[in-house]
Ligand binder design. Sequence first.
Ligand code: PLP
Length: 364
Amino acid sequence: MNPPNLTQKLDARKEQGAFRTLRLSALSIDFCSNDYLGIARGRKLTHDPGLSSGSTGSRLLAGNYPLLNMVEEEIATFHHAEAALVYNSGYDANVGLLSCVPQKGDTILYDALSHASIRDGIRLSFAQAFSFQHNDVEDLEKKLKAASRGSIYVVTESLFSMDGDFCPLEPIVELCTRYGAFLIIDEAHATGVEGAKGEGLVQHKGLEHACFARMHTFGKALGCHGAAILGSTLLKEYLINFSRSLIYTTALPPASAGLIKASYHLFPGMEAERAHLRALIKQFQAALLPYTRVGGVSPIQAVLIPGNEAVKSVAAQLQESGLDVRPILYPTVPKDAERLRIVLHAFNTHEEVELLVNLLRKKV
Ligand SMILES: Cc1ncc(COP(=O)(O)O)c(C=O)c1O
């Protein structure tokens, strides 16, 4: 299901003769790219014949190339989506989606702990927007009841970046279905980690068809850079025409597209790493430190130490012992919810987690 304005606005573009598509150029005399000195074309930065250093322009001009299209097709197939559109980062993807899809007269309901990129996208939109309390399905329903005009968009994250907790996906899907709202899920931190193949929370629960759009990032578990929005072919067409953070920027270089492709060939098979990561999370949670905010079985674990100075001091002491643990301060998180954001990885060992837990026990 797509909101009605997508087709209307695309039709208007077609009538104006201004409809945009992603084209591939096979023409060799280049009067189009921004490669003014010929550095990218002449492969002057790398001798690897597979890697052109720059894309040389926007996807809508010289910056589109077969490898990027192939990567999008593979990503769409892997995530059971009709289409995927690659952006230069998750920040760009969220801003580009939320600033152009919801229209004046529409309503956006977003989780109160949503990432800055979601908030910035909403700020650029002409739709009205209200937050609902974090992961609070009752509050979301109250706001859905109150939102009577236009299309309604519900935006949340599958795995929250600061609390490490998951959104209550099934009840949110149920509410969106009941109220006819369009659901947008940011899978930034769940990509590569959640689900048997790291496909993300939505697909893990078999709810991909209940989402209007999903956003996956490549700079976190996937170990490279960039992001994709998954959705219908119509949504992709719409974004190509109206999403300013896609249109007015130089596309990712072929080297990045190659890395994204390689990562999509690698991470689905990393079951052993995901199993070890889960074991470390369970070990950490079993220690049940005072002030640990037990979120989900996720790599992000929050240890609350209220006060910017207090949390900075504990982080500094851990760092002196060789542990790279960072404090998250107000105003990034609410006052008195300052915390150590512990991120567990498949390459950490049980001994390292034991050391961390023992040191934390003495400090908090
Ligand atoms: C929930 C969430 N969405 C989006 C982003 C932005 O992703 P990227 O780092 O690829 O710009 C982040 C990054 O921190 C994030 O945590």
